[in-house]
Design a protein around this ligand. Structure first.
Ligand code: SF4
Length: 341
C-alpha cells in the first residue's frame, strides 16, 4: 500500500492518484477557502513555478513522503493553470510535468516503468534484453512529435504490428503522453464561476513570476501582427529579416516549415540571405538536403510545438490553443487529417 501511494505521489497523473484524491479528499474549489488546503495549494504554485523557471517539475523524496499533499497539489496546479488561461503557461507547465516524470521514470525498475506505461495507455512488452515492443498505432500517436530520423517508422525495427524501442525511448514516449494529458487537462474550464480568494492569490503569484521571467528575456522587438504563419515562425522570420544571427535549430524550423508549405527552394534560400554567415551554395545544399532532394531522399519534418517550446521559441497566441504542430496553426490539419495524441 505504502509503495503504491508513494508511486501515485511521484506520478500524480496516474489513474490511482486521481482515484485516491477523489476518494479521500474534498477537491471542491469551495474547500480551498477552508483550512487544510494551504499546503497543497502552496505546493501547486511551486509545481507551476518549477515548470516556468526550471522547465521541470521536481518531486523529491520529501515531497513524496507527504503524499496526500503531493497528490492533491497536482489537480490544484491544473486548476491554477487553467484559470490563468495563458497559452504559454499551459504549455510550459505540461512540458515541466512531463520532463520531471521522464527523469524519474528513467530511475525506475522495469516493472514500474512498464506499469506506468500500461496505466497511461502506452502498453509495452519487454524482452530478455531489455527492449520494449509497443503497438504501431500507439507508437505513431506519440512519436510524431520527434523530428529526428531515428523516430520515423521506416527507421525502426517493426515486427508483427509492434515497434521495438529502448527503455529510454519508451520513457520518452510516455513523456509525450504525460505532456498531452496535462495540456488537455489545462484546457478544461475550472468548475466554478466565482474563483475563491486563495486561488486568486495563488494565480497572482504565478503571474508575477511569469511577468518577471518575461521582463528578463532579451527583446527581439517583434510586433504582434496577425498573419498566416504561427507566431514562432513569424518571430524567427523577423529576426532573419533584421539580419540577426539565428541558431541552427531556428534555421531548421524555418526551412522545414517552408518546405512543408510547398515554398520554392530558391524562395527559401532567399529567406536566409541576410544571415551573417550566409553562403548561397551551402544554404542551397542544406535546404535541398532537408527537403529530401539530397542525402538518400529523406525529407525532414517540421519540429513539433513541444520541441519548439523546449527550445524556448514558442510564443503562442489565441490561434495556438490546442495546436500541437506549427502546421496545424489556425485550425489547419497536418497531412490532411487531424492529429491525435
Ligand atoms: S504554433 Fe506551436 S510552437 Fe508555434 S507559437 Fe504556436 S504553440 Fe508555439
Amino acid at each position: 500500500m505504502e509503495g503504491n501511494v508513494i508511486r501515485a505521489a511521484r506520478y500524480p497523473f496516474l489513474p490511482e492518484a486521481r482515484e485516491f484524491v477523489s476518494r479521500h479528499i474534498d477537491l471542491s474549489l469551495e474547500s480551498l477557502d477552508k483550512t487544510g488546503s494551504e499546503a497543497a495549494l502552496k505546493r501547486a504554485v511551486e509545481r507551476v513555478k518549477d515548470a516556468l523557471i526550471l522547465k521541470e517539475v521536481r518531486v523529491t523524496p520529501q515531497h513524496e513522503s507527504n503524499y496526500v499533499r503531493e497528490m492533491l497539489s497536482f489537480p490544484l496546479a491544473i486548476i491554477l493553470v487553467s484559470a490563468i488561461s495563458n497559452e504559454y503557461i499551459r504549455r510550459i507547465y505540461s512540458l515541466g510535468e512531463s520532463r520531471g516524470a521522464y527523469k524519474r521514470m528513467l530511475r525506475e525498475n522495469d516493472e514500474t516503468l512498464l506499469f506506468i506505461g500500461e496505466r497511461l495507455g502506452v502498453r509495452g512488452i519487454m524482452d530478455n534484453n531489455g527492449f520494449i515492443k509497443i503497438s504501431i498505432p500507439t507508437y505513431l500517436n506519440l512519436a510524431y512529435v520527434f523530428h529526428e530520423h531515428r523516430w520515423k517508422l521506416v527507421n525502426r525495427i517493426v515486427d508483427k504490428g509492434y515497434v521495438w524501442v529502448s527503455r529510454t525511448e519508451y520513457a520518452r514516449l510516455i513523456q509525450v503522453e504525460v505532456n498531452n494529458y496535462v495540456y488537455e487537462k489545462t484546457l478544461e474550464p475550472i468548475p466554478v464561476t466565482v474563483v475563491p480568494q486563495r486561488l486568486k492569490e495563488a494565480m497572482k503569484t504565478i503571474i508575477e513570476t511569469w511577468n518577471k521571467l518575461e521582463e528578463s528575456k532579451p527583446s527581439h522587438a517583434i510586433s504582434e501582427e496577425a498573419g498566416e504563419n504561427p507566431p514562432c515562425i513569424s518571430r524567427i522570420l523577423k529576426r532573419m529579416e533584421a539580419g540577426e544571427n539565428t541558431s541552427h535549430f531556428e534555421r531548421l524550423v524555418i526551412a522545414t516549415f517552408m518546405i512543408a508549405k510547398g515554398k520554392d527552394i530558391e524562395e527559401i534560400i532567399e529567406l536566409f540571405s541576410k544571415q551573417p554567415d550566409y553562403k548561397y551554395n551551402i544554404t542551397k545544399y542544406q535546404v535541398e538536403h532537408l527537403s529530401g532532394l539530397r542525402g538518400g531522399g529523406k525529407k525532414y519534418s517540421v519540429p513539433s510545438c513541444r520541441t519548439i517550446l523546449a527550445n524556448g521559441l514558442c510564443y503562442p497566441d489565441e490561434k495556438c490553443k490546442g495546436v500541437k504542430h506549427p502546421l496545424g496553426y489556425g485550425g489547419r490539419s497536418i497531412g490532411g487529417k487531424p492529429r491525435v495524441s
